[in-house]
Design a protein around this ligand. Sequence first.
Ligand code: HEC
Length: 147
Amino acid sequence: MTNRFTRIGAAALALLVAGGIGVAMAQGDSLAARKANFKMAADAMKAVKGVADAGGPTAAAVPEAEKIVQMARANVGHFPAGSGAGDTKAKPEIWTDKADFDAKFKNLETASLKLVDVAKAGDAKALGAQFGAVGGTCKACHDVYRK
Ligand code: HEC
């Protein structure tokens, strides 16, 4: 019996220690993950612009626009408290104005969902216009929350 309790105690302690390390790693992971996602979205934006400038066919922009939606949905969760340190351009205001910051990701999600629809619809001019709208939501956040 005593042995069993000791084992459970040790297991619980191991979990606590692992949990602490897990949080530190999660912060580092979040930083790397959000940067990788932003880069992917920037590449996707370039691809969409290329399609719009070439006058279509806009179907080629559908998977690219979907990548931007995915980035908006993923990166809103990659700014946990404490991830503002290290090699980052994230401003501290992100964590004091978190609701507004998160809302800006929501604006990007909405605009990029529309980009998917417009890409599916086939009008390259409309694609170019919506590309501009999406870019505006990137800038709206960078102007306030990126160093
Ligand atoms: C809600 C805020 C927000 C939105 C929306 C947003 N960004 Fe960012 N972006 C940031 C922040 C904050 C950083 C700095 C991240 C860091 O260094 O930790 C960043 C960094 C980046 C980087 C640099 C990544 C690196 O390797 O350091 C690129 C590229 C980028 N964003 C592109 C985009 C594009 C393209 C869009 C729109 C499709 C976009 N961002 C939308 C907040 C945002």
